[in-house]
Design a protein around this ligand. Sequence first.
Ligand SMILES: [Zn+2]
Length: 316
Amino acid sequence: MNKYVVGVDLGGTKISTALADFEGNVLSQSIIPTNAHEGEERVLERIIKSIQSVMSEGDATLEDIKAIGIGSPGPLDSKKGIIITTPNLPFNNFNLVKPLKEKFNVPVFLDNDANVAAIGEYMLGAGKGKKNMVYFTVSTGVGGGAIVDGNICRGNTSNALEIGHTTVSPFGPRCNCGNIGCLEALSSGTAIGKRGQEAVNSKVETSLKKYDKVTSYEVFKEAANGDEVAKDIIDNALTFLGIGIANAISIFDPEMIVIGGGVSKAGDIVFEKVREVVKKRCFKAMAESCQIVPAGLGTDAGVVGAVALALLELDK
Ligand SMILES: [Zn+2]
């Protein structure tokens, strides 16, 4: 009785669902296409089906399930269980929690995917055992989540830790959100690729010119091969990332910063630069007591995070 939780990672292209025990061990998993174009009711039906499918595969009855956790792109209102609007999903002020609660008769928790990833790292990943931890995801965008004294920091409107849209340079460039000088516009994978493409289109000499299309991957690669232009682009982007992280350390005084997302996969170059900037910009005591480490969860981070969300909320 009541021995499992279900996690649902709702994405624009796929719905990934898992049945897990209270230690977070995944017992059965389902991945199905979201088919977002079919509209909100059909996507809701598919979520229900995926939950039923992991339950039957894991031989779990309704009585065995203690809670459901859902991670979704935001913006959303986690208190009300409403997905407000999101570019790749059909939801528009849609209450996702209510129909699932009614269907399965268990508590259902919804949070944005960056918070869910942060909770996943805190409960089951690199941050296990820490009480104060800030998670950064650096890929096409920059997002994050903060665990403060063992709890996720959501803020008034559930949008706390929109860290990618904190201003780190008053002089630009303009971000997709409309603001100037956001961390995301300076240090995301997209930003690095854009700077690389700008270099290709300029008169400077760079080995990046041998590529038809330049993304952050090529910029990291050519930087590692010694191309000065690529090295500058990477150094600049990582300096701003370091500033964003130093700011988070000064605000939250965490035991650990966990960095995930595609850019973090570049490895040592990222972590060494970030640590160097943090050392320069934070109080010594805080900088020295804060580990800066790569994310511990792999490709299943989204759904494992959703499992962790259910476990964290149940634990309260
Ligand atoms: Zn922005």
